[in-house]
Design a protein around this ligand. Sequence first.
Ligand code: MOS
Length: 748
Amino acid sequence: MARTINTAVTRIDAPRKVTGAATYAGDVTPAGMLHGALATSAIAVGALTGIDVSKAEAEPGVIAVFTHETLPRHKPVKGFYAGGPGSASFWPMQSAEIRYAGQPIAYVVAQTAAAARRGAQLVEATYDVAGAAIAMDPADSFIVEAEGMELTRGDLAQGLAAAAQTVEAEYVTPFQHQNPIELFSATAEWRGDHLTVWMPSQSVKTLRAGVAMAFDMAQTSVRVISPFVGGAFGSKAGVTPYALLTIAAARAVGAPVRLMVSRSQMYAAATFRPETVQRFHLGADAEGRLTAFRHIEIAQTSQFDAVVNPGTHMTRAMYACPNIHTEQRLSRSDTNSGGFMRAPNEMPTFFGLESAMDELAIKLGMDPVELRRVNDADRHPTEDAPFSSRSLMQCYDAVAAGFGWADRTPEVGSMTDGDWLVGYGCATATYPTSLLASNARVRMRGTGHAHIELAAHDVGTGTYTILAQIAAERLGLPVAACDVAMGEADLPVAPISGGSCTAASAGSAVHDACLRIGRAVAAQVAAMAEGPLSGVDPARITLKDGVLTGPDGQTQPLTEALASTPSGEIEVVGEFRHTAMTDKMIRTTFEGGYGAAGPVTPEMAMFAFGAQMVEVRVHRWTREIRAPRIHGAFAAGAILNRKTAHSQLMGGMIWGIGSALHEATEIDKPRGRFLNENIAEYLIPVNADVREVRVAMLDERDDYVNPLGVKGIGELGIVGTAAAIANAVHHATGKRLRRLPIRMADLV
Ligand code: MOS
């Protein structure tokens, strides 16, 4: 049987996607469905003094217009946010209060989407306007109240005093919105007390739990369906207010309702990457060994929620240092609540950390790669645990060889090509490995077919394909003979597609199901009167690559063995439970929460690593910035699919170029709102901006993380890219730019 794991298998869902056969949540039209539209607040903070819906109600096709005065209110729900399923604790349209720009103030239901939108435009509101501040004030911040949010090891002052060189600097990253191509939508249908919700989701179990919680229902009365997701990047993880409004409106009108959130409304309807300030104070001895490491992260949060993406937990895991102090701080401003966006804890913090390391290398007169090498750690610097695997320097060595790092001359401005100033920069990437409980039901037929079912998700990452590959290889079937059904909360439990955990967790459950099939079929054929394994002790029959093998070398292909059994088919449920998972973690995951073991367990610290190198060119006269070459090498345990993994990492690096040079959600300070609320002004790298991108995936073995040896790659590729580019810009020009994105104007 040909191997399929660790080969380049084309996505099995690709034909459905390119032909339009894939049904996304917003494609479903239940019988009698009506259309919803949101009218949103024109002010950021204050209160409605009046809302006139008469013109909207008179619009042809409009069935109902709900406001905070007419939409049935929710009872407050404890635990909805902060570890719960909600994306925000504040629910709009419960009172006249306005807390952020773009907050829904009316919900229009109509016979057509166009009529609903026209109705929404005809809603007239008057406001009592209060002052709003959308940009956070880093001077007004507080330490997050939770374990580990402030941490001290050793004596920072002593470490700084002992340092030969120090760097103290502040790095700033902007608001960013995820902007998945598939718009946000929700379709709700009530049948008596039973509710069905179609909504793009990274976590159908979370969505079901949140909806049940919000509407005070049993989870068994809620069905959630989301088989395809057109990009999420963290934004489709929690239960959003617009979904709750749609469910409430559908109940109130007594018909199914679908809401498509417009692109501009998305900026307030879902979540975003909060702006951050990263304060580093590093010290190193003359050999470059870190003697002091201080990192304070200040991240923006809303007035009503504490949006915590603890990046200090990642930076302090990176380099060996005896004296460490970290603080995880928040600063409030007048927005909806932010959330997760690809590598939420790592992308902003590693722009800071890896820029600061570059500054330190320059002060020490060291090669920046060598600075990483002397500070490479074999144990987690603040937790009592060795790394389960850590191939950071192997990544640097691999990427340096292909990139030609040895050709770099360290002096600023020393490399030129005509009118172009050339700079080389590097940075480290890391991403924590989080393991969550997962089940997977696999039904195999002796005719040579397997059906795999679990409540996992494919958010464009290739999950359908990798799960089919695992089953194909274990069961000895072609990938095309393995169907995968996902994206429904009623299927066997699987974790959120977030935190880059799906391949490791859901994949391990599929792996386990296949081994169970092997054992069960072995027991049946061993008990049969005839056949190659007849009479063999079933405990001594093993399954490998789809073949059952007895102790004396007798073999029988699994498919053939299964076909010879009376029923000719079998169904099992596989499980992934890591030894580091507590009962509470497993229960949390089963209830739709995030019950992750890791990245640090009582025994091990589990992280994936990578190294990125970029060539930047800055035009001597125009200051145009180009990134013609960007190379990365990554070690993330076993790679399941070399094509989808390559695409994930390459896509992360390309988005990293965007985060370095293009991307920011601008803010309108006087009006207290996000300014470029559209996709036309959402600057992303296009083909002309992306030239040579090279991705190397190192073979790395990690037997601790899970039986597949997978650590996860979904978010790793974007980490460090922005710092590598900023470092290269410094090398080319001598300008140290500590605020993203870096623009031509910064170099004039
Ligand atoms: Mo990722 S931001 O954990 O969906």
